[in-house]
Design a protein. Structure first.
Ligand SMILES: [Zn+2]
Length: 74
């Protein structure tokens, strides 16, 4: 995320009310994530600091629902 010059708080804050932004953010994270990691694991979130939608969805209080409601999510 820092590579894009954006703070997480700003990006995710906007994602709460802007569905188009949220979809773009989701796409960027899926494209930008490290393909050598196993995603969708709490370990990857915690130890590799991956913040892709699949890894974030493993965290308590994190919105798996937000990921599922996206039109391009399977
Ligand atoms: Zn991930």
């Amino acid at each position: 995320m820092k590579a894009h010059g954006l703070h997480d708080e700003l990006a995710y804050g906007r994602a709460r009310w802007d569905a188009e932004w949220r979809a773009a953010l989701y796409d960027a994270q899926m494209i930008g994530r490290d393909p050598s990691l196993k995603h969708g694991k709490a370990w990857t979130y915690a130890h590799h600091r991956c913040r892709c939608p699949e890894c974030r969805a493993t965290q308590p209080g994190c919105k798996g629902a937000d990921v599922r409601e996206l039109p391009n999510a399977a």
